[in-house]
Design a protein around this ligand. Sequence first.
Ligand code: 4FD
Length: 375
Amino acid sequence: MNFYVLTLFPEMIQNAVETSITGRAIKSGSISVDTVNIRDFSTRKTMRVDDYPYGGGAGMVMEPEPVFRAVKSVEGKIGGRPRVVYMTPQAQVLDQTKVESLAQEKNLIILCGHYEGIDERVLQETVTDYISIGDYVLTGGELGALVLIDAVSRFVPGVLSNEESSQFESLQDNLLEYPQYTRPEIWHEMSVPSVLLSGDHLRIEKWRHEESLKRTKERRPDLLKNSYRVVCVSYGEPGAAEKGRALTECITRYGEYMDYNRRKLQKTTFRMKPWNLLLMVMPGAAGEGSTSCREAETVVCYDPALSFAERFRGLYGSETPAVLVGSREELAEASSFLEARKFRIIARISPAVFDEDTLLRNTALDIREKTLHFH
Ligand code: 4FD
């Protein structure tokens, strides 16, 4: 991934990124960080790039033209129009979801302002993403750009070693990290929690998740509303997929969705954790329809002849709560199948839930409530 940082203080960026893990990633070629000095694109003999604000007031404003030319110079060099991020306190605060989304890009321009900011018109014309790193004001956007580069780089393949990358998995469930301990076993009369010495990986995993929850409740209760991973699986006639997606989206912004009409999924092993939630949307939930539909280039077919064991061959829970949506006959069969696979059914819902928007939303709220209770 290539970062292009547009700044009046290029050495501030270069010195910082050449250190530590980002430095190693630059050396190995996983990322590159190029700086563009906005001053090089000044339109004046004095090489100034700032001017007084129209309407008066304190401070200076960065002129639009040098910023515009700096952006164009990068676009010309890479032959494309990458996303342009403007670091500003007047924006949504950066979070892990945004970081992961930016990590999908091949090129990224990061624009750093100084003084009282940059002329609004060039922002309108070039910026695609406004990002703040927190609710405070800095003297310039550079420290924000560095934070962004560091956080995004961690998701670029090859930047972290296997050992380093397993470290940030706990943030994936939107929970804070559990407490960590190393030697000695007793320090200042405090011992390491005995479960960590037990060698029982399932118990350890469970304990860590509980500690994460406890810590999140105490320190960042605002994170809890999105703290568990929701996985929706559906199968059946076309439309089941849409219904499943709709219900998932009512429950969480971070849901995942899988269409078990797909052959490939039927063969994939998927082990769900105790703190996940399974939503299963079954045939009949989506009303009538034909039995195949075109999704992208593949035709996804519903084969009603498949048994649960065949269709969900690789799906396993471990005390994982599950919510079923379907008609009475299928519910019974699905329940016993899922219970045997160590899911715990916390609700059975009639397909009528999809008939009305408010009903769907209220049901989603109930499910959230029940799930948090269960966890
Ligand atoms: N919280 C942040 C980003 C930049 C910044 C600036 C308008 C000031 C804080 C645009 C005003 C940029 C942040 C430079 N301060 N200062 O992410």
